[in-house]
Design a protein around this ligand. Structure first.
Ligand code: UDP
Length: 483
């Protein structure tokens, strides 16, 4: 009889934003599934977002170990509005106010350091997987000889692109702000413009934080990547051979939520009835519905929403459109919808105000295309669902992700966003919306893209099955940190 291997204990510490908490929750479930004990650190209000998913998971798997540990985060004391424990909770009509509060929020997370040290001292886990935005976690873990791993939340391609541009100092890349240039040293001759990449004022608070992030990456025990090898092999190789000591890819993490319940609970906020949404999709032909969503952070102005509505209407396609307004506009007249729009598109289009059960929608056979802001989680969920995409990047690293889809994978059509504009995005006309959606759905190239997208989905699923590339990387991680 074999000896039972020792149980691995991993502490996970996500940055408090949906795009970081959701994949880390999936990751914690994945490790529990493979016999580890997972502890997720978060704040009181964020624990409420995660608890339901964890309860569902535990009900389905009573013998597996997963728990939340709550850390204090006294917002008011830290100079933040009361209860603002998540990037998503900042509701201001003014984008500059929202941005400066968000930066303050980023800086305030350092408050966790003492609590983290105490916890590491008493529990001595086998490793700590902490978010990139917590660079101080490397030092805290070092103090107690706990290996610290970094989770960036994005894929290999954008990590490599960002690295190549950084080491080649943008001043040396001789291109004006809107002139396309080839990213130096990066495989694949990838073309981008200066206004699509983040300006790096190293003297700003965020600039300084990002320098610390890079330094702590180097000092950490490695990086966990939510991706799979077959999606971006050249960039996985480049990243591992040139940029970091160690990296393990274990994604797509969204594939570990398998049943209806698990997929529904993923980061859920009360918004619509999932069953009704699926019933609506059931009534549509395969690949006939476009799903449009811009993630949990972007928030468009009324003028832009009006253009989307008009573009969709002209395209004549079936759609599910998720509209996120963070100005608490309840009770206000919805000035972002053309007069009579919902009556005219009745039966053809569905608007979800707030939070959509995204993975359920993407995985439905009626869904045939995804208009996405190219947040890494959304992009990978779209890949795993086998969908061609209209790429509409807004901010963060989304323009890099767009280039992966349009220039490398060749499963997307760009809507034509020219520059990064945090929250609001570059203005896109109704004509461009209509053109991109039509191009995605109709014609020979559309068919090619769809075929290619379906192949990628097959590869994504194979990667996480026994013997697949992500499955194997997860195995070697577990072996290494158990011994
Ligand atoms: N999401 C969702 N419903 C929504 C909006 C977002 O389930 O209405 C999920 C989505 O499936 C993804 C995450 O929230 O897992 C958003 O992460 P992403 O990296 O795509 O974008 P971000 O929100 O960070 O910009």
């Amino acid at each position: 009889m074999g000896i039972n291997p020792r149980k691995l204990h991993i502490i996970f510490f996500p940055f408090m934003a949906y795009g970081h908490m959701i994949p880390i929750l999936d990751m914690a479930k994945l490790f529990s599934n493979r016999g580890a004990k997972s502890t997720i650190l978060t704040t009181p209000l964020n624990s409420k977002i995660l608890q339901k998913s964890i309860d569902t998971f535990k009900n389905l798997n009573p013998s597996l170990e997963i728990e939340i540990q709550i850390f204090d985060f006294p917002c008011v004391e830290l100079g933040l509005p009361e209860g603002c424990e998540n990037v998503d909770f900042f509701t201001s009509k003014n984008n500059d106010d929202r941005l400066s509060l968000t930066i303050k929020f980023f800086m305030s997370t350092r408050f966790f350091k003492d609590q983290l040290e105490k916890l590491l001292e008493t529990t001595r886990p086998d490793c700590l997987i902490a978010d990139m935005f917590f660079p101080w976690a490397t030092e805290a873990a070092e103090k107690y000889n706990v290996p610290r791993l970094v989770f960036h939340g994005t894929g290999y391609f954008s990590l490599c692109s960002e690295y190549c541009i950084r080491v080649h100092n943008p001043q040396k890349i001789e291109a004006s702000s809107c002139e396309p240039f080839v990213i130096p040293d990066l495989p694949g001759n990838i073309v981008i413009t200066q206004e699509q990449i983040a300006d790096r004022d190293e003297e700003s608070e965020m600039g300084k934080l990002m320098i610390e992030v890079k330094e702590s990456d180097g000092k950490s025990s490695g990086v966990i990547v939510n991706s799979f090898y077959e999606l971006e092999p050249d960039y996985a190789d480049f990243y591992k051979s040139v940029i970091v000591k160690r990296a393990w890819h274990i994604g797509p993490l969204s594939l570990c939520s398998r049943g209806f319940e698990e997929k529904t609970e993923r980061g859920k906020k009360a918004s619509i009835d999932e069953a009704e949404c699926l019933k609506w999709l059931d009534s549509k032909k395969p690949d006939s519905v476009i799903y449009i969503s811009f993630g949990s952070v972007a928030c468009f102005k009324n003028e832009q929403l009006l253009e989307i509505a008009a573009g969709l209407e002209v395209s004549g396609t079936n759609f599910i459109w998720v509209v996120r307004k963070n100005d608490g506009n309840k009770g206000e007249k919805e000035e972002w919808l053309p007069e009579g729009f919902e009556e005219r598109v009745a039966g053809k289009g569905m608007i979800i105000r707030g939070w959509a059960p995204q993975v359920l929608i993407l995985d439905h056979q009626a869904t045939g295309g995804f208009v996405t802001h190219c947040g890494w989680n959304s992009l990978l969920e779209g890949v795993a669902a086998g969908l061609p995409m209209v790429t509409w990047p807004v901010g963060a690293e989304q323009f890099y992700n767009e280039k992966l889809v349009t220039q490398v994978l060749k499963t997307g059509v760009s809507v034509g966003a020219k520059k990064r504009v945090t929250y609001m995005g570059d203005f896109i006309s109704r004509e461009k919306v209509n053109e991109a959606v039509r191009e995605l759905l109709v014609g020979k190239e559309a068919e090619e893209r769809r075929k290619q997208a379906k192949q990628l989905a097959v590869m994504a699923k194979a990667a996480v099955e026994e013997g697949g590339s992500s499955f194997n990387d997860l195995n070697s991680f577990i072996e290494e940190f158990t011994s």
